[in-house]
Ligand binder design. Structure first.
Ligand SMILES: [Cu+2]
Length: 93
């Protein structure tokens, strides 16, 4: 029982730390019709990924029409069935 509780607490803690982990980047390409965006991103600590330019799938709740090439942004990713998905995306001043 205690083990289960600890496992649950650990899971919740990991979810929270992932959710609060913002990474900065720049929009290289936007594809609103495919819910995809290409970002030049800084290293993503939560998944140990170095800085690079790459495409991302984005959550259907994000309206990509609000973004354009060259925008400075910050974002959060989660791994969904082995595929990276952006779950939060915000413009930076
Ligand atoms: Cu990358």
């Amino acid at each position: 029982m205690k083990k289960l509780l600890l496992a649950t607490l650990f899971l919740i803690t990991s979810l929270v730390s992932t959710a609060s982990d913002w990474t900065k980047g720049k929009i290289v390409k936007v594809e609103p019709e495919r819910q995809r965006v290409v970002l030049n991103h800084e290293n993503i600590k939560s998944i140990g990924m170095e800085a690079m330019t790459m495409p991302f799938d984005t959550s259907p709740v994000l309206d990509l029409k609000n973004f354009k090439v060259g925008d400075s942004v910050r974002f959060q990713v989660k791994v969904n069935d082995g595929v990276l998905e952006i779950i939060a995306l915000e413009k930076m001043p």
